[in-house]
Design a protein around this ligand. Structure first.
Ligand code: SF4
Length: 303
């Protein structure tokens, strides 16, 4: 994993080349589709649900009871910011910030507010003062993005967002909403692929290795759509202006293939006949079942 660098440096850094066989996508698709036959009903998997079910199946089951409208304020801010940043990239690809960031942010938030989705609802419900704060915060993120990534228009290819954010594989749908930009592409070499793409994910807090690792499903989705996984993943903090990156190697991809299969098998068992297993631990403190679960680890609360 690289040290903390600016986005421009992270994108431009040299990386080892990783090769993949030409049938990587077909083989992986077959693996996931076959494994999904054990599911009792169509099931969505993303990095959060995989983490939940592999940590404590009961946590996964409890999380399914939680309404999306309970998204935290921090989660909402991040969602709004990332969506504005993607628009900014899409509409300013040929130049660096031709529109004033504060004006741009206000216009896009206004457009979001006119939609029927949860984000639109949140924006409409926000007090004017909070909305002004959000607008200023997002606009600052755009200013930093332009300052830290000034040469993006010179890149061979830059796609705002992911080339694939969701795909159906039998009864399982794999999803990742975490990619905000895709840079570069793989090359065809000796009948196989040499990885070349980079996936960039924005955050509003300092980047962590765990956040980078959470891009695993995004890596698989990219590979299933384009033929092979990306070469590198980048997590970058729009507020602090720092990021970290890692090379996507065979070990990382195999680990995530195994995690997806294991999570699918575990959910299939619960959907068939098994009660969820309960594995208490530190994670209980963020589980929605904490107050009523007999296996919850309450050691932090012994006082
Ligand atoms: S409280 Fe802990 S043990 Fe119980 S379901 Fe949640 S994570 Fe699992």
């Amino acid at each position: 994993m690289s040290e903390s660098l600016s986005l421009g440096e992270l994108i431009a850094a040299d990386q080892p080349s990783v090769s993949w066989p030409s049938d990587w996508a077909a083989t992986t698709k077959r693996l996931f589709t076959t494994t999904s036959a054990g599911l009792g009903q169509p099931t969505l998997l993303n990095s959060a649900s995989i983490e939940e079910v592999l940590t404590c199946p009961g946590w996964w089951a409890g999380q399914r009871e939680v309404d999306e409208s309970e998204l935290s304020m921090a989660g909402f801010r991040l969602k709004a910011t990332r969506r504005v940043a993607r628009r900014w990239l899409a509409e300013n690809l040929g130049s660096t910030g031709s529109v004033q960031p504060l004006t741009f942010t206000g216009q896009v938030l206004h457009r979001f507010a006119a939609t029927d989705d949860l984000l639109g609802h949140w924006i409409r419900m926000m007090p004017a003062g909070q909305l002004a704060e959000l607008r200023a915060e997002v606009a600052m993120g755009l200013v930093r993005l332009d300052a830290d990534w000034p040469n993006r228009s010179a890149l061979p290819s830059l796609v705002p967002g992911a080339v694939s954010a969701r795909t159906r594989l039998g009864r399982m749908t794999l999803s990742s909403e975490l990619v905000d930009a895709t840079v570069g592409a793989a090359s065809v070499v000796d009948g196989g692929f040499e990885a070349g793409a980079m996936l960039v994910s924005f955050s509003m807090t300092p980047p962590t290795p765990a956040r980078l690792e959470g891009l695993g499903p995004a890596v698989l989705l990219h590979g299933l759509r384009t033929g092979c996984p990306p070469a590198r993943i980048v997590s970058w903090d729009l507020v602090g202006g720092t990021g970290i990156a890692r090379t996507v190697d065979n070990e990382f991809v195999s680990m995530w293939c195994e995690r997806v299969c294991e999570a699918t098998r575990c959910i299939g068992e619960m959907q068939s006949w098994f009660e969820p297993r309960l594995n208490g631990g530190e994670h209980c403190q963020i589980c929605p079942l904490f107050d009523r679960c007999p296996a919850a680890d309450r050691s932090e609360y012994a006082w």
